[in-house]
Design a protein around this ligand. Structure first.
Ligand code: SF4
Length: 348
């Protein structure tokens, strides 16, 4: 694994069995994550974007081993296991003891701040729980740490004895962020952390995540379906379609000059704040195919406006077409696709 990478995923799969009949025989598999390759550099935010049901949440949870992977390698540079020196561990093969250490390095922020916080626990218990589980500090030290964490996310000591229902959505998400920070992690997987919030609150939470990244040197895998949120927060972006990464590059390249037809279609649906620019929305034919029985060759071929015979015959590979720009398409070097800002100037 290259030195600047914190996480590197190769060939990661997560298949869920489909069972039928009295004997619950396995009759097929839902290929939720199907041969994913990607990497995250230390200190960056990798946005993972795709329509709902494309497998991005499953991918995030498989990386954390909250769900067992079916196959693949998930390499992580762990400062916890390497005593600060950064030992590379394959999360997919980590034993129980290693996983417990890795849990300190990697945390998750969940989508729904209403259901991810236990309604019967006070804020102090919720934020302090990871410290108790990992046996960190005595009661007073933990209390002090909780106070400090709440201040870090813009809450106060007065909130410690209150219950989640007493807070707004934005405040609850801050509590979730404080809990994620409790163990001083390296990597945070933020799974649609703002999609359940009002737009006005979304910006506050996003800016706070940005500030925390600078303050604590955090690395984020930021999962979202909203391209404007992804554009705002990401350094690089991975686009996911039907369980696979179809394009992976830095945020400017992706938005200005996408090389995968699915990315182009996603971009065409984003409104551009420029009255002189008329973007033509690309309407994809048909529905997203079933992950139980994905199409032959390129999974996108039944809906792709540029499809050629080779596309249904042979599965493409994720290839580095130009520096740091990986694309999963046979025609990536031949097509001339429109980005969100090709021919338009748009301000954030
Ligand atoms: Fe479209 Fe073919 Fe590229 Fe798939 S491989 S995205 S079908 S052009």
């Amino acid at each position: 694994m290259e030195e600047d990478r914190l996480l590197q995923v190769s060939g990661m799969k997560k298949y869920f069995p489909v069972r039928r009949g009295v004997f619950r025989r396995v009759v097929g598999h839902v290929k939720a994550v199907d041969d994913v390759d990607m990497f995250i550099r230390e200190g960056e935010t990798l946005g993972l974007v795709g329509e709902s049901g494309c497998g991005k949440t499953t991918a995030g949870r498989t990386i954390l081993r909250l769900i067992e992977p079916t196959a693949g390698e998930i390499l992580f540079r762990s400062s916890e296991l390497g005593n600060g020196s950064g030992k590379i561990v394959d999360i997919a093969k980590a034993d129980k003891r290693e996983l417990k250490h890795l849990r300190r390095d990697m945390q998750i922020i969940f989508q729904d701040p209403y259901s991810s916080l236990n309604p019967r626990m006070t804020v102090a218990s919720i934020v302090g729980e990871p410290l108790v589980v990992h046996g960190i500090g005595n009661k007073k030290e933990r209390n002090d740490r909780v106070k400090q964490l709440l201040e870090t996310v813009g809450l106060t000591e007065n909130h410690m004895k209150r219950y989640p229902h007493e807070f707004s959505g934005g405040q609850r998400q801050r509590i979730g962020v404080a809990r994620a920070l409790a163990l001083d992690p390296e990597l945070i997987i933020a799974d649609e952390p703002v999609s359940a919030l009002d737009v006005s609150i979304q910006a506050q939470v996003l800016n706070q995540l940005d500030d925390l990244q600078d303050e604590f040197g955090l690395t984020y895998l930021f999962i979202a379906h909203d391209l404007s949120v992804i554009k705002h927060i990401s350094d690089r972006v991975a686009v996911m379609y039907l369980g696979q990464i179809v394009e992976l590059t830095d945020v400017d390249k992706l938005f200005n000059s996408p090389l995968h037809p699915y990315t182009e279609a996603l971009m065409s649906a984003v409104p551009v704040a420029n009255p002189d620019f008329e973007s033509e929305r690309i309407i994809l034919e048909g529905d997203v195919p079933s992950p139980v029985d994905p199409p032959s060759g390129c999974y996108f071929h039944p809906r792709c406006p540029y499809s050629e015979p080779v596309c249904s015959e042979k599965e493409p590979e994720l290839v580095e077409v130009e520096y740091d720009h990986y694309v999963h398409c046979h025609l990536a070097e031949e097509l001339n696709l429109m980005g969100l800002e090709s021919g338009a100037s748009e301000d954030d």
